[in-house]
Design a protein around this ligand. Structure first.
Ligand code: OVM
Length: 407
């Protein structure tokens, strides 16, 4: 069989435009909006010969693909590699890279560990940590917000919530970058991330063991499900790995992007200070506007169609979630950041049975940070140029020099 990037080469069906572009080129990953606009303009699906993939960038069809886990499976990987043919770089995630009915069981265990009740117990600690970090940053005045706040906060609260006894900020952040870069082609970003695998992967695997976790964290809730026979002990360790894969870089990116949105739109920060109850809505708009996870793929598990266009079994489809979140057919003035938009139905957490299981924890992190900011910080100003960090699946800042002007 003719393969490319671990999946089968296929030809586009009649009516699907062919677009000679590399969505993983550095300039596009750094500034993707023009690519998304053209992707939506060319049609509901385009065929990209460079990687022999389809791409979907309009809201309606992207949502349709994500909502149909039977036709568009995750078990063949949510990146370019088709797990039906090649060995994945790590044992597949038993919640992300799996379909119902197997998915249903693991999802239930994770959903319970991340239930509103479990999350409510984290509230006080999140607030204390946010206050401490933000007070220090106000003292300093000028700082680098990716390292000093966007990374510092989740890495202070999340591993502790999971129950990790020894955390390692660099390895946790870089493991996330590895997981997300692995979803793209074998390009320089994936290779640079993978160069660290020998150091990081064994550390992550060891960190998921029951003996390395406290008895009162989210990890312990997963192992309790193993005691109850819902999953095996091995599966419990794999689910704890999912916390570490999906819970760090995503929220680091969410905080960095929230700060970037508010520094770029000082009028919106004024509105947030005037009505801090908008903190949650503000985060949803940050998600719509910046889409931390910009692209996840699905694989057609049968011959099918979308918008009347043929899709052959084995086709990889890049679902540009960030593009769906900017589709003018769905959103009024999508290029405008408005904290009270309340963008119900945005795709930043995905959709369907795989919709982000940790979204309430992410919301608590962001609500806490944004609320504490409104209490203590009068103005958020750029103290230098924001620089983005190219990644095959996540759109994140690399550096964000900021100044907090105290209230
Ligand atoms: C996982 C996993 C990894 C990356 C992302 C994700 C956004 C899940 O290992 O389960 O969801």
């Amino acid at each position: 069989m003719n393969m490319i990037e671990g999946h089968t080469v296929f030809e586009p069906a009649a009516g699907i435009p062919v677009w000679d572009i590399d969505p993983y080129a550095e300039d596009i990953l750094l500034d993707p909006a023009p690519y998304y606009a053209e992707l939506r303009a060319r049609g509901p699906l385009v065929y990209i010969p460079k990687w022999s993939v389809l791409a979907s960038g309009r809201y309606e069809e992207t949502r349709e693909i994500f909502s149909d886990h039977a036709r568009f499976v995750s078990s063949r990987g949510v990146g370019l590699n088709d797990f039906k043919y090649g060995k994945p770089w790590r044992p597949p995630s038993i919640i992300l890279e799996v379909d119902p009915p197997d998915h249903t069981k693991t999802r239930k265990v994770m959903a319970r560990a991340l239930s509103p009740k479990a999350i409510a117990g984290l509230k006080e600690d999140f607030r204390t940590v946010a206050e401490t970090i933000i007070d220090q940053l106000i003292e300093r005045g000028t700082f680098e917000a990716v390292a000093d706040l966007a990374e510092a906060f989740p890495v202070a609260v999340f591993p502790k919530a999971v129950g990790m006894v020894d955390s390692d900020r660099r390895r946790l952040v870089d493991y996330g970058a590895m997981v997300f870069n692995a979803l793209g082609p074998d390009n320089k970003f994936r290779r640079a991330a993978m160069d660290q695998a020998a150091d990081i992967v064994p550390w992550i695997t060891a960190a998921c063991a029951r003996g390395r976790l406290t008895t009162d964290g989210l990890g312990a809730l997963i192992y309790a499900a193993a005691d109850d026979g819902e999953v095996t002990a091995e599966e419990a360790a794999m689910l704890v790995r999912s916390f570490l894969s999906a819970g760090v870089d995503t929220t680091v990116t969410g905080i960095g992007s929230a700060l970037w949105c508010l520094a770029s739109n000082p009028g919106e920060y004024e509105r947030l200070k005037a009505d801090p109850a908008l903190a949650r809505a503000c985060f949803e708009e940050v998600l719509r506007f910046t889409s931390p996870v910009h692209t996840f793929a699905r694989t057609a598990n049968q011959d099918t169609e979308i918008a009347g266009l043929g899709i052959a079994e084995g086709s990889k489809i890049l679902c540009a979630l960030a593009s769906a979140n900017l589709d003018p057919h769905k959103w009024g003035d999508p290029q405008v950041f408005r904290i009270d938009r309340k963008p119900v139905g945005h795709m930043a957490f995905g959709a369907g049975v795989h919709g982000c299981v940790g979204q309430n924890l992410a919301r608590l992190e962001l609500e806490t940070v944004l609320t504490v900011l409104t209490e203590k910080v009068d103005r958020i100003e750029f103290a230098g140029e924001a620089v983005w960090r190219p990644n095959n699946a996540i759109h994140a800042l690399d550096r964000l020099p900021l100044r907090f002007v105290r209230k």
